[in-house]
Design a protein around this ligand. Structure first.
Ligand code: S3P
Length: 422
């Protein structure tokens, strides 16, 4: 895939549905009583993996033109062939669900999934009584043997919505209540959806308590994914004379760290028509280019609120008029790639003054990127999309190897660049 430099970008853009919310809408409705419609579901590869897994486990899922229907499984089946592809959310949430449901199952994924740490879910699930075996060091494939679970009180050592959600799904089936305490509040889509589906769940700041519950299916209107909107927002902010409209963007406060940082940078964003859809806050947005981009510091409690946006924010930092610092972001090392290394190597190759640190990166903005190189996105969709934006705002463009990995979260992503002025 070749991305040529763009002069500007304008117009209204449709966003794909939120990936995190789509996974949850499918998984939870697949174990609920009744049948539900999910509107604006993301049908990228990650969520398709969730759909395939839930079908194997007994749910009836049909993809129609405007929505998908999910009819809950009467009984969750054993399955030795659950393939999650590239999706960390699928493997971690599903493992919690399957341990709770007391079935025998086996989960595996692609080469990126096989490198991602699963001990963070295996340890607390084992404390609940689950029987899971993994490869040495806690890596997929995971084998689950039927067992009865009891509730625990668990202080999570890492801030991870996937770990929290995994334990909430296991806790739905456990004989006694499960209490989960997060070091920093992470995205709360699971809690919101479980409450709407009549689960016995209480949330107080960083603490969630869940007790055994039967779920009732609900229709879900999935908002546009702010993590996908991020690429367009950064592109329009950097390219002069740009003006874009994004409709129906999810703005759950546990996900809007990006907006906080864009504000600090001086980005011109107008929020319009704020409303709530399926328990989730949403808004339309207008974004205009900014000629004076200010540097920023990201760290601490902000990290989980923008964890997936760090690669694209690093691209933005190259255009700031000073030094930006990203710290406390060790979790980037265990994403679809080691995103500290892959982001820094990508931008260095494109001419940025950027250095990796133990827990993030330091970027000396120079207002430009050279480009004119090839970047291998490997198995990391966010790296592919960040490389494309970096290429479009660079002097010489970029070639992207393995660009099709963007389909994991944003089918049709590269069409954006056909709409810009070259
Ligand atoms: C997600 C949680 C985050 C995020 C991922 C999606 C989710 O992962 O990076 O893209 O849907 O719960 P962690 O839980 O590993 O932080």
């Amino acid at each position: 895939m070749t991305i040529k430099p763009l002069k500007n970008i304008s117009g209204a853009f449709d966003l794909p549905g939120d990936k995190s919310i789509t996974h949850r809408a499918i998984m939870l409705n697949a174990i609920a009583e009744g049948e539900a419609k999910v509107y604006n579901a993301l049908l990228g590869e990650d969520c398709m993996a969730t759909i395939e897994c839930m079908r194997k486990l007994g749910a009836k899922i049909f993809i129609e033109s405007d929505y998908i229907t999910v009819a809950g499984a009467k009984k969750i089946k054993n399955s030795q062939e659950l393939f999650v592809g590239n999706s960390g959310t699928t493997i971690r949430l599903l493992t919690g669900l399957l341990c709770g449901a007391g079935v025998n199952a086996e989960l595996d994924g692609d080469d990126s999934i096989k490198k991602r740490p699963m001990s963070r879910i295996i340890e607390p699930l084992s404390m609940m009584g689950a029987k899971i075996t993994a490869l040495e060091g806690g890596f997929a494939p995971l084998k689950i043997k039927s067992a009865n679970l009891k509730g625990i009180e668990y202080k999570m050592p890492v801030a991870s919505a996937q770990v929290k959600s995994c334990l909430l799904l296991a806790g739905l089936f456990a004989d006694s209540p499960t209490t989960i305490i997060e070091p920093v509040k992470t995205r709360n889509h699971t809690e919101l959806m479980l409450a709407a589906m009549s689960a016995d769940i209480i949330t107080r700041r960083n603490k969630v308590i869940i007790s055994k519950s039967k779920l009732k299916s609900i229709d879900v209107y999935v908002p546009g994914d702010i993590s996908s909107a991020a690429y367009l927002m950064v592109l329009a902010t950097i390219l002069p004379n740009s003006y874009i409209v994004l409709k129906n963007v999810g703005v759950n406060p546990t996900r809007t760290g990006l907006l906080d940082i864009l504000k600090i940078c001086g980005a011109k964003i107008t929020m319009l028509n704020r409303r709530t859809t399926s328990e989730e806050p949403v808004s339309d947005m207008l974004i205009q280019s900014t000629d004076d981009i200010k540097p920023f510091v990201i760290g601490g409690d902000l990290i989980p609120r923008l964890i997936d946006e760090i690669p694209i924010l690093a691209v933005l930092a190259c255009f700031a008029n000073g030094q930006s610092i990203i710290k406390d972001a060790q979790e980037l090392k265990v994403k679809e790639s080691n995103r500290i290394d892959t982001t820094v190597n990508m931008l260095k190759k494109m001419g940025a003054r950027i250095e990796a640190t133990d827990d993030g990166m330091i970027i000396n903005g120079s207002g430009a990127l050279m480009g004119g190189v090839e970047i291998d996105a490997g198995l990391d969709h966010r790296l592919a999309m960040s490389a494309a934006v970096a290429g479009a705002v660079s002097l010489d463009g970029v070639k992207i190897k393995n660009a099709q990995i963007a389909d994991v979260s944003y089918p049709g992503f590269f069409k954006i660049f056909e709409r810009g002025e070259q």
